[in-house]
Design a protein around this ligand. Sequence first.
Ligand code: ARG
Length: 456
Amino acid sequence: MKLWAGRFKHEIDKKTNDFNSSISFDCRMVKEDIEGSIAHATMLGAQNIISPKESEKIIDGLSEILSDIQSGKLKIDMTAEDIHTFIEGELTARIGDSGKRLHTARSRNDQVALDIRLHLLKQCDAIADSIEQLMNVILNKAEQYADTVMPGYTHLQRAQPITFGHHLMAYASMLYRDLDRLADCKKRMAVSPLGSGALAGTTYPLDREKVAELLNLNGVTSNSLDGVSDRDFVLELLSTISIIMVHLSRFSEEIIMWCSWEFKFIELDDAFSTGSSIMPQKKNPDIAELVRGKSGRVFGDLMTLLTVMKGIPLAYNKDMQEDKEAVFDAVDTVLICIDTFAAMLDTITVNKENMRNAAAKGFINATDCADYLVYKGLPFRDAYKATGTLVATCIDKGLTLETLPIEEYKAICDMFDEGVYDAISLDNCVKRRTVKGGPAPCCVLSEVKAMRELLK
Ligand code: ARG
């Protein structure tokens, strides 16, 4: 029997019931639904909208239902319309008429808006925890490889020397911004819409602030129509999760490249790799590829809700029930991606020698060679031109800047002397890049330290 059976002559069509029902996915908000109802009932009692005795009965009944669900004693009825209906029905079955008073001055519209806020607040924390775990893995690796020279790239062409630690710390910076974005999302999420009613508030003397306070929220929504029809906070979280996935996807792409025979900068642990059904030699980075692939799925979740929301008139419309599967999928996906990625990263083997060999080719110290002349007084543009000519000479002769004889240098610019070899040695090129945010080992180490402080 439906809540709204009074107005109807017969039962809902069976398939339509399944189509309309949200319990298969909103059952994951059961705890928040009950917590919200307890806060509402507490306030109703305190305001004498229902008697304090009935309020107490409701609260006890709800607490019991929650513990029975948690212990497995009570199974959620998957034929119910939604979690709100199920809990209210169960409460009334247990405590009788008092249960029927719980929904006074409330609608499922403000109830569901509250539940999803409470639920997603917890998910924000879970995502933040996972990000911190991943950052810890990155920080440890960055520290370990603070002085491991590798080529830095632009256009995927070897560009200038950096360290592996520095490269990793770029991802720590991205993830730190993700943490900040999550914290920002929470600010607007943590307000109570209860009291908005179905759309037009209520005539009862509610204490909305009290409910917010009981639920540890920062305040209440300021317009009843907006209170029930706002899903910006879900969109903000989906956007934030999408950006996290962009970061993981870029990192995955690099892991995939670094594992290839073309790079061989790292090797994945067997526990985080897969083989081929036909090619016996293969060791594939499927995990990183899946993370990269799942980013597309999460962007789809964001697009889903943007599209659902863009054309619906105020206030609540059933379209909005579509918010949950999208955001739950995004949350589940990002959590499993971060956790699996962190475990994979933690167990990589780094091939320092290959990184260094790659850095030794491709003239990535050419800028440093030009800078050497600039330190001697030549304008940068002239130094750049002289070095370009030197690189061309090296290519002609099959040499590198390190192996090119000093006579060749002097023939192009008489400001060169033996000191140039010191200036262009890879280790020095990296060590001297001590500008804040630079790749010098000392900078990487202090960046790691600073980031650890921020995470405390
Ligand atoms: N399952 C619904 C949802 O998720 C709950 C709100 C129902 N409200 C209504 N007026 N039918 O949106």
